[in-house]
Ligand binder design. Sequence first.
Ligand SMILES: Nc1ncnc2c1ncn2[C@@H]1O[C@H](COP(=O)(O)OP(=O)(O)OP(=O)(O)O)[C@@H](O)[C@H]1O
Ligand SMILES: [Mg+2]
Length: 282
Amino acid sequence: MGIKFEKVTHSFKNPDGRGMFIAIEDIDLTIDEKSEFVAVCGHTGSGKSTLIQHMNALLFPSKGNLEIFDRVIKPKKNRKLNQIRKRVGLVFQFPEYQLFDETVLKDVMFGPLNFGLKKEEAKEKAIQALKMVDFEEKLYDQSPFRLSGGQMKKASIAGILALEPDIIILDEPTRGLDPKSSLEVMELFNDIHKKYDKTIVIITHDMDIVSKYAKRVVVLDEGKKVFDGKKEDLFIDPNFKTFHLDYPSSMKLAIDLKNKLNLDIKENVLTFEELMEELERI
Ligand SMILES: Nc1ncnc2c1ncn2[C@@H]1O[C@H](COP(=O)(O)OP(=O)(O)OP(=O)(O)O)[C@@H](O)[C@H]1O
Ligand SMILES: [Mg+2]
């Protein structure tokens, strides 16, 4: 078993010190350790980052039960958490929270070194990971804090790939990347997913990414799980309007074509290829 949430609630102390704020509430969720590609969606503040930070035990439940690789996660049993963090790699929403070392290369080497690799092996893993995200070689010795937002994002992704985790969790991996880099990064995760059958969990606001890459979608709304199912069922869910999500572009176009040109086509098309097939059919 990969990751299992049972009735997990997480509350933060309110900034004014008075009372608690419930960020996620009563979450039941199981993610297999292999073969899953899950998108976590929901509007700003719905609890997505809070939820996924439980998946490698960066946050602990305030209530409920959390198991990662069959280990019950409790704040006081901290000793074995490092092992979990190697097996479940998490790329933060804001790369500046993750990067810290003097140079990009040192930063990406940190994880492998920390988990016992020799310097040369760690360097090899780091370079391999930086190449996977197509990070410019001339910036390896640059301070991570002098990089652009997109370069920082790539460096932070490389830092996790270098650990070769079993499950890869990414908080808005394409945020700040140009369209070409976004596509490359998503194709990379898709390749990793397909080639090694690894479970990937991403948070994204981009419904085109959801419709193209995800197999399963979890939707949060005000801290509650309001949808958990196949992506094919998301956009036709009777409650879709209440999820505060957009349709993918292929579906928007299909709806327009159907309504404005009176075409008798299916609306729930997840890709432009599917839309083309519909158009060829009529
Ligand atoms: N460390 C914290 N202390 C107090 N409140 C927090 C903390 N982190 C998150 N919250 C609150 O919990 C709620 C959920 O936050 P979270 O970051 O999980 O949302 P999100 O769905 O990831 O949003 P976004 O799409 O903007 O990234 C928000 O109302 C936020 O203000
Ligand atoms: Mg977030």
